[in-house]
Design a protein around this ligand. Structure first.
Ligand SMILES: [Zn+2]
Length: 426
């Protein structure tokens, strides 16, 4: 069998790995790169506007025979780990005849992103898979494992062929709301793994100070107890774990979580997958209607009307401001900034540090304190260590990391450093 990491051996984002046996070829993930060769941040919107030929020429799309639509398909399947663009964002360029395998939650969230124009990928030839249900594709026997990650319904994959067993971790962690999955995997790991393809997003940036999703909930409860204040929370509408933490903290402090229509739409799409995901029509949930591109799109598709019953007006918000927590959006904060002095207000910043620059100016102008409450979507180094100790792979292949050379010091001497596009015989 031949393994080729097309992208990801020394960077976060743009993940794509190929496995080739005598008679079959599969890819794992097909992500949008986040950085260029100088590690400068890339603008994803600019990338997905370019043609396939341009992107291949610039090296953003991998040169893979039989993958694109002007040739006979030679790829048997693409396995997706989770619905983050750096893992699926280039799929709109592939031959639509090639089947793409993913979890139901992954499919639901990519559908949402397609509806709102955040991705060009229209989910052509989709096959949904269930965790721990083994299936065959050509020479490959594939078992998806459900894992804990900030991306919803994320999967790792055990892949077997020609006497070799490969475990692809995908993005994962051991401190989110699905921590139990991580603990179970440590207790009952996949055995006899020859190659562990292991994400290492936190390598190089783990300062040992990050908490768990449960810590986040506790911190939020402590903050929300302050009866004088109105809180805004800045977090991703697709980080379901975090929305649940905010909602639970609201329940425990008798506050109402005021979301925007887009967030309500996302949660509604996942209703069929879990009865535990808070919905717009639950107690302590309201929607503040903001005029933005998302709401416009929902109005066009007539899906906005559905949420009307949960509407809360600006005036109602003002009259009960110390009983609310508002999910921040650009338009929400703009409306509030224009109408009133934002006194007795605090912003809870609960996402990756890198996005703070975009909104900092607004909150600083209004002299609103920014309180950071966050935990990572990725495994901390201690978690990576226990993961490796449990699986005991023959070899570790670094992936989804900026610091592959640190793996051997942190995780063991059996690390193989392979370069992007360099085929390796397993
Ligand atoms: Zn991810």
């Amino acid at each position: 069998m031949i393994l080729t990491i097309h992208r990801g051996s020394k960077e976060i984002g743009g993940t794509c790995i190929e496995l080739q046996s005598d008679n079959s070829r599969i890819l794992i993930d097909f992500g949008l790169p986040l950085v260029d060769e100088n590690r400068e941040q890339l603008d994803s919107k600019k990338i997905i506007k370019q043609s396939k030929e341009e992107l291949i020429k610039k090296g953003f799309l991998p040169r893979i025979k039989g993958l694109y639509d002007n040739e006979l398909p030679q790829i048997d399947a693409i396995l997706l780990s989770h619905p983050h663009q750096d893992h699926y964002g280039l799929l709109s360029y592939i031959n639509p005849k090639i089947p793409v395998y993913m979890s139901r939650g992954c499919k639901a969230l990519i559908e949402v992103s397609y509806f709102f124009g955040q991705t060009n990928y229209d989910l052509g030839n989709i096959k949904t898979v269930k965790p721990w249900r083994t299936f065959k594709k050509g020479d490959f026997t594939i078992t998806p494992y459900l894992v804990d990650h900030s991306g919803f319904d994320a999967l790792a994959y055990l892949i077997e062929a020609e006497g070799k067993r490969i475990f692809y971790s995908g993005d994962f962690r051991g401190h989110g709301r699905k921590k139990i999955l991580f603990d179970n995997l440590l207790k009952n790991p996949p055995r006899d793994i020859d190659y562990l393809i292991l994400e290492g997003s936190m390598i190089g940036r783990d300062n040992g100070k990050y908490g768990t999703e449960t810590d986040i909930e506790k911190e939020l409860i402590n903050l929300f107890k302050d009866e004088e204040k109105l809180f805004f929370v800045a977090c991703s509408s697709q980080n379901i774990d975090r929305l649940v933490s905010v909602y639970r903290a609201c329940l425990k402090t008798n506050r109402t979580f005021v979301i925007d229509p887009y967030t309500a739409f996302v949660l509604d799409k996942l209703k069929m997958l879990s009865a535990k995901i808070p919905q717009y029509n639950w107690n302590n949930m309201k929607i503040f209607f903001v005029p933005n591109i998302y709401t416009g799109k929902m109005a066009e598709g007539k899906s906005l009307y559905k949420f009307k019953s949960a509407k809360i007006s600006y005036e109602d918000i003002q009259s009960m401001r110390n009983k609310l927590v508002i999910k921040d959006t650009y338009m929400t904060r703009t409306i509030f900034g224009k109408k009133i002095a934002l006194t007795d207000t605090e912003l809870i910043y609960s996402m990756w540090e890198g996005y703070l620059d975009d909104m900092k100016q607004f909150w600083e102008k209004h002299e609103i304190p920014i309180i950071k409450v966050h935990s990572s979507g990725h495994a901390y180094i201690a978690e990576l260590k226990s993961f490796v100790q449990a699986i005991k792979p023959k070899y570790i292949l670094p992936n989804h990391t900026f610091y592959p050379e640190q793996y051997s010091d942190l995780l063991g001497k059996n690390v193989l450093l392979v370069k992007d596009r360099q085929p390796m015989v397993l």
